[in-house]
Design a protein around this ligand. Structure first.
Ligand code: UP5
Ligand code: MG
Length: 219
């Protein structure tokens, strides 16, 4: 019997910057995607509560940036009013800072990446690939009804901007979902159902990330 000799270790460039490392912590990232009003934010809150993830809504981070009086504030506000996608470097910086600041190692990134350029730039800059993509599928009719009934004072919740947001979603964001689907990374949810029913389906997907394991003992 011959001896098996290991091939000499070659450190490739890819291994030097290890994937999914943020500083010295290894992170798990789930992208939560779906059209405007599909229920991304609503379901992310449920996931946080049950599965110990930290929720990072790209839209919320951008809206906070406007409020903070940052130099990019006016540009971001104008883009949001028009339903357009803010330049990648702005959004990626906000997401990266939020992940570094937080001690958690499990993140839901809600509403990002929204186009092919967002996706490629995020992977290039952070070296993070998502564990999977949660996709909330819902008809425009239902999403429009929800957005018009939301009443949170968002500058983009008017019929004119909503129509623009739908168009951008179909033209720019759906191709991102298709990209991950080709890699078998998309978990598609029927998001047209009532909130608790949607969460039942979400729960089944997140079961491996459960915070507590309940052991039933027969008596
Ligand atoms: N609701 C939720 N689920 C329901 C259900 N199953 N049945 C009945 N009602 C349901 O829900 C919307 C409303 O519907 C709520 O009133 C809720 O109670 C109800 P929500 O959970 O808020 O839906 P969500 O999918 O989060 O909708 P949102 O409007 O936040 O989605 P968008 O993707 O449009 O908004 P986002 O904040 O992500 O982005 C806004 C803008 O920011 C973009 O248009 C863009 O201009 C900019 N942006 C970027 O440029 N880059 C980014 O990376 C991110 C955003
Ligand atoms: Mg949202």
């Amino acid at each position: 019997m011959g001896t098996v000799v290991d091939a000499p270790a070659v450190v490739t460039e890819k291994e030097v910057v290890a994937e999914n490392m943020l500083g010295d912590k290894k992170v798990t990232v789930v992208f939560v995607l779906g059209g405007p009003g599909s229920g991304k934010g609503t379901q992310c809150s449920n996931i946080v509560e049950h599965f110990g993830f930290t929720h990072l809504s790209a839209g919320d981070l951008l809206r906070a940036e406007i409020k903070s009086g940052s130099e990019n504030g006016t540009m971001i506000e104008n883009m949001i009013k028009e339903g357009k996608i803010v330049p990648s470097e702005v959004t990626i910086k906000l997401l990266q800072q939020a992940m570094i600041k937080n001690e958690n190692d499990k993140f839901l990134i809600d509403g990002f990446p929204r186009n092919e350029e967002n996706r490629a730039a995020f992977e290039n800059v952070t070296k993070i690939s998502p564990a999977f993509v949660l996709f909330f599928n819902c008809s425009e009719e239902e999403m429009e009804r929800r957005l018009l009934g939301r009443n949170e004072g968002r500058v983009d919740d008017n019929i004119e901007t909503i129509r623009k947001r739908f168009k951008v979603f179909v033209e720019s964001s759906l191709p991102v979902i298709e990209y991950y689907d080709a890699k078998d990374k998309v978990k598609k949810i029927d998001a047209a159902k009532p909130i608790p029913e949607v969460f039942e389906d979400v729960k089944a997907i997140f079961a491996p990330y459960a915070k507590y394991v309940i052991i039933y003992q027969a008596t």
